[in-house]
Design a binder for this molecule. Structure first.
Ligand SMILES: *Cc1c(COP(=O)(O)O)cnc(C)c1O
Length: 410
């Protein structure tokens, strides 16, 4: 988003114009930014046989999936429904990796019928899989290397208390189950969480996977999941992908030499590809001054972006309507009947009732986590690609809220 003559625009498309056209609240995605991130990843691992599996859960709109497909990216899905949306978006089954956690074996059977690759993350399911499919269907195994990524236990999934993956400490048990059931393991996977700060964490975990790989002679790929960190505020430490690429490429190539074959290297970025491409535009309903604070109350809330309340996440906020106004201190809040603060003590260009505010980093886990709480409609979504804005989801209406409700005679 850039400021041109006091108006914010993306690829030449005026942001306030978008709100006029599609209403508010509105999610807007910059397709060029997504493309830039994809290219940055490809460039960071030049010599390797890289496959990028976009983590669809971060932003699941079918038009976004189609854009990923166009950019040569494949898919990582966490539910059978996401697999179906991926197929509908045009992905071939073999381009989709299904990485479920605690789903029923029936869901895994269904995914196998669709022809997608299964990533198994617990021994019980692996045993059921072995009884039923033996070596007919190749699988990937999700290991937990117990590397603590970042400081937040809720978004770090590789620690010892985590429910994800098969513990590296269970290797002997795992190998017994694989051997006894004659299971064909063609991939090893890890995903240590969403808060990796430096290459060293990745490399330590990678080394654990490399060591484990020697017990699996038929591997075709190693999947390092994600954890790429993007900046949410100025000065945030982010994953240096070029540095990571250099260091990991080195150890990966050494590993392949030891292993005796060139394997593919997979990643599953969600946030890295879409977070910064997203903007959430909301309209200011009220300016409310209390003895302590000036609140800007907007036409949205934790129903549309729960990250600030759920993760204490920071989203930069910009006043699009008064880009030259005097800076004042505001607490930006939602209209939900709960505490739903978007940002506390933010210095923003003076906000007037009716002004449109933009929240940044609204591409990943924002719309995807939205709900109908307080019986509010989910927002519309628009994608700007090749200099043109298109609606990719219409705003909900009353009938959407009532669709599955059954009014009984009492
Ligand atoms: C959520 C998830 C990702 C994506 O994580 P980001 O932090 O958004 O990049 C990748 N792989 C798996 C298995 C996931 O569950």
């Amino acid at each position: 988003m850039e400021l041109v003559k006091y108006r914010y625009q993306i690829q030449g498309v005026d942001m306030l114009g978008l709100v006029q056209e599609y209403g508010s609240p509105l999610y807007v995605y910059d397709g060029a930014k997504i493309e830039e991130q994809v290219n940055a990843m490809k460039k960071a691992f030049p010599k390797l046989n890289l496959r990028i599996k976009y983590a669809a859960k971060s932003l699941t709109n079918i038009s976004i999936l189609k854009l990923m497909k166009k950019l040569g990216v494949e898919l990582d899905v966490v539910s059978i429904q996401e697999a179906h949306i991926g197929l509908k978006a045009g992905f071939a089954p073999e381009e989709i990796l299904f990485t479920p956690n605690c789903v029923s074996f029936n869901e895994i059977r269904e995914a196998i019928k669709l022809g997608v690759m299964i990533n198994i993350d617990n021994i019980s399911i692996l045993e059921q899989f072995g009884h039923e499919f033996h070596n007919e269907i190749p699988v990937c195994i999700r290991l937990n290397p117990h590397i603590m990524a970042g400081g937040n236990k809720n978004i770090s999934v590789g620690h010892i208390d985590s429910k994800f993956g098969i513990s590296i400490l269970q290797m002997r048990h795992l190998l017994r189950v694989i051997k006894t059931n004659n299971i064909n393991v063609i991939g090893l996977h890890m995903h240590t969480g969403s808060d990796i700060l430096d290459a060293e964490v990745f490399l330590n975990a990678a080394q654990i996977l490399f060591d484990a790989a020697h017990d699996f002679p038929d591997l075709q790929f190693i999947d390092f999941g994600s954890g790429f960190k993007v900046a949410y505020r100025q000065g945030d430490v982010t994953t240096d992908i070029v540095d990571l690429g250099k260091k990991l490429a080195n150890s990966f190539q050494n590993f392949c030499k030891d292993y005796g074959r060139e394997l593919e290297i997979w990643f599953e970025p969600g946030k890295y590809l879409v977070s910064e491409a997203g903007y959430f535009l909301v309209k200011t309903n009220v300016i409310k001054t209390t003895p302590a604070t000036v609140f800007a109350g907007v036409d949205s809330g934790l129903n549309h972006n729960i990250r600030p309340m759920m993760y204490n996440a920071h989203h930069d906020i910009v006043n699009l309507s008064n880009t030259n106004g005097t800076q004042r201190v505001y607490t930006v809040v939602g209209y939900i009947c709960e505490t739903d603060t978007f940002g506390t003590d933010r210095k923003l260009n003076e906000i007037r009732e009716g002004d449109i505010l933009a929240m940044k980093n609204a591409g990943a886990y924002c719309f995807a986590m939205s709900s109908n709480y307080n019986s509010r409609f989910k927002p519309a979504e628009a994608l700007i690609y090749n200099g043109k804005a298109q609606l990719i989801r219409k705003r909900e209406e009353m009938e959407d809220l009532l669709r599955n409700q059954i009014e009984v005679e009492l």
